[in-house]
Design a protein around this ligand. Structure first.
Ligand SMILES: [Zn+2]
Length: 233
């Protein structure tokens, strides 16, 4: 995640890793659960059935997020480990070739030949593997990916997001379930978008508009499908 180190002043890149994961998890939870609820409710299901569908959606979504995140983080870290092992082997087999390779990378970036060679030599004298990992493989920190932690974080943030529309089902009067769940969920999405943008230092209005647009689209689609099937079946 932290491909770039944070400058102490005013860059937000370092914060974006966990924040992005948390906001994305909660967004997913709100959008998928609210859409599910709105779809089932639009098919004129009883409030209790809507609630059951919503809870099942929460559990299914949280598990699928956890599994997806676990697999993605594990395979990312496997790939990085494999790349590093190969690089370590190459460095011990043919250090001269590796030095030329690193030199060439700096030359391509605009450093002149003699200086590039000097930089490559000095970096490799200090820590050859780190120098190659960073500039050849694009791995800036020897990997600290934790798949279980990532899986748990996704499941928890998804569930927290999903709990919001579910709570609305419980407190809404039966006849107003669809409008209340939709409006409240769009409100939650907008709020999350704003928090995410503020913490990440990006444009609040744009982030909010983006997420509410997709949320509204998802709910409109499932409401339409629910209505269609509700009248046909
Ligand atoms: Zn190399």
């Amino acid at each position: 995640m932290s491909r770039l180190r944070v400058h102490p002043e005013n860059h937000f890149v370092g914060r974006i890793g966990w924040l992005r994961a948390a906001v994305l998890g909660a967004n997913d939870g709100i959008i998928s659960t609210a859409s599910l609820i709105v779809g089932v409710a639009a098919a004129a299901a009883a409030q209790n059935d809507v609630l059951i569908a919503g809870v099942a959606g929460l559990v299914a979504g949280a598990m699928s997020m956890a599994a997806g995140e676990y697999v993605s983080v594990s395979s990312q870290s496997d790939t990085e480990r494999g790349d590093l092992a190969r690089e370590r082997q190459e460095l011990s087999d043919d250090p001269a070739f590796e030095r030329d390779e690193l030199t060439q990378i700096y030359v391509t970036r605009g450093v002149d030949q003699a200086l590039a060679r000097q930089v490559a030599e000095q970096l490799m004298a200090k820590d050859a593997l780190t120098a190659h990992a960073r500039d050849e493989l694009g791995i800036s920190e020897i990997t600290t990916a934790r798949p279980v932690q990532a899986a748990l974080t996704s499941a928890v943030t998804f569930s927290a997001g999903a709990a919001m529309p579910l709570l609305m089902v419980i407190v809404s009067p039966a006849g107003l379930l669809v409008p209340i769940v939709s409006a409240a969920s769009l409100g939650f999405l907008a709020l999350l978008g704003a928090i995410g943008a503020k913490t990440g230092g990006s444009n609040i209005l744009r982030a909010t508009a983006r997420v509410t647009f997709w949320g509204a689209l998802a709910m409109a689609l499932t409401a339409g499908i629910g209505k269609l099937f509700g009248t046909v079946v």
